[in-house]
Design a protein around this ligand. Structure first.
Ligand code: TRP
Ligand code: ZN
Length: 879
């Protein structure tokens, strides 16, 4: 049990009684204590009708208040209260200056919230509520203030001193210290505050905005990482240009800084003018980073940059509105990636993430709408729902409005609310006002959790040449809402004839037809759409581009799916048809008692993709890859982890046996492409060849093991090296990988990013009985429990292997619960994230349900942080 588990409700929102017009911070970094003097210009908020004269400022449990002054006079102890961690100042006038002095010890801060030390540098993470660990403050996103920050520290140890905005002055002090003063002219909430002090090197670039202003771009990293900055800098410039062209959004300061830190709970943080990144999410070079890492970094750099408008210039009124900035910004970074690289491949990746992880969250005890109605700990709501489903909801608005009206809507939103802290209602209102489209029913997406299912049936009337589609929607009950109102959603579709050609569409009512494509406007629980002039029974290509975050059932025949899988012009739908076929075949493989025989039509379809040199190789790789075990679990009513694993392995082997020659030919063709390059074509070829190499190595033949060993030995690039090594680790014979793992470690032990991959490859191996190996990795000298990246590499990767996490004896659950307990006090946010999968026991087989609940009970009986308590208690209540 825990003591502090108060629930915060959206309905209780009230505007702040006071506002802080300016915030002057004087931060003196010392070895034992760091002193923080905060001088706040406070004013009564005219928007509040609360007559109270009490100013309540939040603080953290580890800050030591030294002194409180009002208008320059020291307040005696009777003029304020320090209860819990709230500082209440009594009898405040309408306008005054409040100065506090606090002492903090960042070097002891392991939660990585607030000011902390990572390696030799000081840095901050203030979202969501970290600023209160630095000083007493109105730590809420609707309290906007103009910040000036003075930092002083030892000059030799911390030669670089950074904060938000523009540098005002800097200089030397007598005792070997120096100082710098920074001023941010844009009012911002405290969660966007940042500062850094450390020994860092800088790489510079320049960007000229569309209006001709020059912006200095600077990346700060530790000296040994100076060769890993180029990619992030060029991604940043591409993002800046794209946001001007696509959204008309220009950068607004003369300086944009990025700092890389090794210890960071999440990917990166959009602090105004001073983004702070997890080293793993910004540092890259071809020798040490895979193609996937390059892609991920570009997406995150874009994401944080886009927050400058969607998040910073227009921010959130309260944390229930988190998806206002996160959903919109994920949508924007996905648009950026699809405009810059392959749109179909990006869509497939995003949909896979959503359907695997967000659908699971939506069906579990932590299910919440993209705008939650309540929370205990906001850190638990930086979720796939708020981010990824939030982006899907913005994407549906984009589909319903069309690109042009959506842009009118985003312009109106930014113009109307620039400098404000607003709500998702304000966002939807701007979209509705600019387009004239009624989005009132659409708003259910913000308040109702759960994944809707669409049941689609059809009839064809040859005599009248009419085709009718009937769509029924339903959404399962979730803890916060039992009875769901129907959602408003766009269903993009086309009709294909027997040759796979798109038919011309004539829809009676209920949707928009654009050429041979159409978007059905789904608003009711059950709805029928009639197409006229249809001269043969069509094959419907439904939910093109995954136009809504739903599950769609339609009784496709195998023949229909085969046609869609080879002919559908919509890249996403083509892949989707292929996946449906593979899922069905895997289902058969799961229940096959004797030797499983792969359907010849399926083999033909896979073969035609593998030999088609005109297709984008990245797309071919996606087409021939089996759905993950995690996604297969989503398609089962009761998850049987062993059956899924065995069935999928059977399928992999069957495909490799049936297509051995084609896989090898495809491997050779994509392997021999000359020197390393990072064009989309070359990246796609690497993805495809490594997919082929994986299949070939299910055959357990020495020649393919040699192929993988040779690819490793070539050391051509990290994509190929990592893939070859992972494939060899996945072989039952450990002798194949042991020497290579030692070699890999020898080569890269000095590089934290590569070492992370070394841990992840071993901990994530999808072979039974890996727990002992994983526990040994925790004892490795390079492992560090205080470093979230290492914890993710080892514990996170382990949990992704279902046969290990869900081992039938419960050892995986016990191990994870142990790790939750070890991290509970030191880093509650990380601990809670590890605990979340333990809560999703409901859909597992009975034995596993009991074992998972036993570990949750065990956690429940200990003193838990708010973060972990919320996850555990909801898991035990919301079954
Ligand atoms: N706003 C950040 C992003 O999405 C998220 C983030 C980074 C965060 N670090 C955090 C959220 C720490 C909570 C706590 O870009
Ligand atoms: Zn974000």
């Amino acid at each position: 049990m825990t003591t502090n588990s108060q629930v915060i409700y959206l309905k209780d929102y009230q505007v702040p009684v006071f506002t802080i017009e300016t915030t002057d911070l004087d931060i003196r970094i010392g070895d034992e204590y760091t002193s923080v003097v905060a001088r706040l210009k406070v004013k009564r908020n005219p928007a509040s009708n609360n007559p109270s004269s009490e100013l309540a400022l939040q603080g953290g449990k580890d800050i030591k208040l030294q002194e409180v002054m009002m208008n320059g006079l020291i307040l005696d102890a009777s003029s304020y209260d320090l209860e819990g961690s709230v500082l209440s100042v009594h009898q405040c006038p309408d306008t005054f200056e409040l100065t506090t002095e606090c002492l903090i010890q960042p070097q002891l801060n392991t939660s990585l919230e607030g000011l902390y030390k990572s390696g030799g540098m000081y840095c901050t993470q203030c979202e969501a509520e970290g600023f209160r660990n630095i000083t007493y403050y109105l730590d809420r996103p609707d309290a906007l203030s103009i910040f000036t920050t003075r930092i002083s520290a030892d000059k030799t140890t911390y030669p670089i001193l950074l904060a938000n905005g523009n540098p005002l002055e800097h200089g030397d002090l007598d005792n070997g210290e120096h100082f710098a003063v920074w001023h941010d002219p844009f009012p911002k909430p405290a969660y966007l505050f940042a500062m850094v002090a450390g020994d860092l090197v800088r790489q510079d670039d320049l960007f000229t905005t569309q209006s001709g202003r020059q912006v200095d771009l600077q990346i700060f990293v530790e000296a040994h990482n100076s060769h890993k900055c180029d990619h992030a800098l060029s991604a940043l410039k591409r993002s800046m240009l794209w946001d001007e062209q696509k959204y008309g959004r220009e950068y607004d300061l003369d300086l944009f800084m990025i700092v890389a830190v090794d210890d960071f709970n999440m990917g990166a943080m959009e602090n105004k003018g001073l983004n702070i990144f997890n080293s793993d999410c910004v540092l890259a070079d071809p020798a040490t980073s895979s193609d996937a890492t390059f892609e991920r970094i570009e997406g995150i750099v874009a994401h944080e940059y886009f927050h400058n408008w969607s998040g910073n210039r227009v921010t959130c009124r309260d944390w229930f509105q988190l998806s206002l900035k996160e959903g919109f910004t994920v949508f924007r970074d996905a648009q950026y990636t699809s405009d810059t690289y392959s749109a179909a491949v990006k869509r497939i990746e995003d949909v896979t993430l959503l359907r695997t992880h967000q659908f699971a969250e939506d069906a579990g005890p932590m299910a919440h709408p993209i705008r939650p109605a309540s929370y205990m700990e906001i850190n638990n709501f930086y979720s796939v729902t708020v981010y990824e489903k939030g982006a899907e909801v913005v994407g549906m608005i984009h589909t319903l409005l069309g690109a042009e009206l959506f842009r009118k809507g985003s312009d109106l939103y930014f113009d109307r609310h620039d400098g404000q802290a607003v709500t998702t209602d304000d966002f939807v209102a701007a979209m509705a006002d600019a387009s004239g489209i009624d989005l009132s029913q659409f708003k259910h997406w913000y308040s109702q959790a759960g994944t809707p299912t669409l049941e689609v049936t059809d009839t064809y009337d040859a005599a009248n040449q009419q085709y009718c589609l009937t769509i029924e929607q339903s959404t399962p009950a979730t803890a916060e809402c039992q009875e769901k109102s129907p959602f408003h959603l766009p269903l993009r579709m086309a009709l294909l004839d027997a040759q796979g050609l798109e038919m011309p569409l004539q829809l009676q009512t209920g949707g928009m037809v654009q050429g041979h494509n159409c978007v059905l406007n789904i608003t009711q629980a059950r709805q029928t759409f009639i197409f006229e002039g249809i001269n043969e029974h069509p094959i419907p290509s439904l939910l093109r581009g995954f136009s809504a975050p739903v599950k769609l059932n339609y009784a496709y025949t195998q023949t229909q799916l085969l046609l869609l899988a080879s002919k559908d012009q919509d890249g996403f739908s083509r892949w989707e048809a292929c996946q449906r076929l593979l899922i069905e075949a895997t289902r058969q493989a799961m229940s096959a008692t004797t030797d499983y025989h792969l359907d010849e039509a399926l083999v033909t379809m896979l073969r035609s993709s593998l030999v088609d040199e005109a297709l984008d190789p990245a797309m071919v790789a996606k087409l021939v890859q089996l759905p993950s075990e995690a996604y297969l679990a989503e398609t089962q009513a009761t998850v049987d982890v062993d059956q899924i694993h065995t069935g999928r392995e059977t399928m992999r082997l069957a495909i490799a046996m049936a297509l051995e020659n084609e896989l090898l030919a495809c491997y050779q063709r994509c392997h021999n492409i000359g020197s390393f390059s990072q064009t989309g074509e070359a990246i796609g070829q690497r993805a495809l060849k490594n997919t082929c190499l994986g299949y070939l190595n299910t055959l357990n033949k020495a020649s393919y093991q040699t192929l993988a060993q040779t690819q490793y030995a070539l050391q051509a690039n990290m994509t190929d090296v990592g893939a070859a090594l992972s494939i060899l680790i996945g072989q039952k014979n450990a002798d194949l990988s042991t020497p290579l793992l030692a070699d890999f470690y020898q080569r890269w032990q000095g590089d934290a990013q590569v070492l992370g991959q070394w841990f992840a490859m071993q901990a994530g191996a999808n072979l039974r009985g890996r727990l002992g190996h994983v526990k040994a990795l925790l004892e490795h000298p390079a492992f560090d429990l205080r470093n979230p990246n290492k914890v993710r590499s080892v514990v996170g990767s382990f949990m992704r292997s279902a046969i290990n996490f869900h081992a039938a004896d419960g050892s995986g659950y016990e191990f994870v619960a142990d790790m939750v307990l070890r991290l509970n006090a030191s880093n509650p946010m990380m601990a809670a994230n590890l605990a979340k999968p333990l809560g999703r026991f409901k859909r597992h087989t009975l034995g596993r349900q009991q074992l998972m609940q036993a570990q949750l009970q065990r956690l429940h009986q200990t003193e838990l942080s708010k973060d972990v308590f919320e996850v555990v208690s909801k898991a035990l209540t919301n079954r």
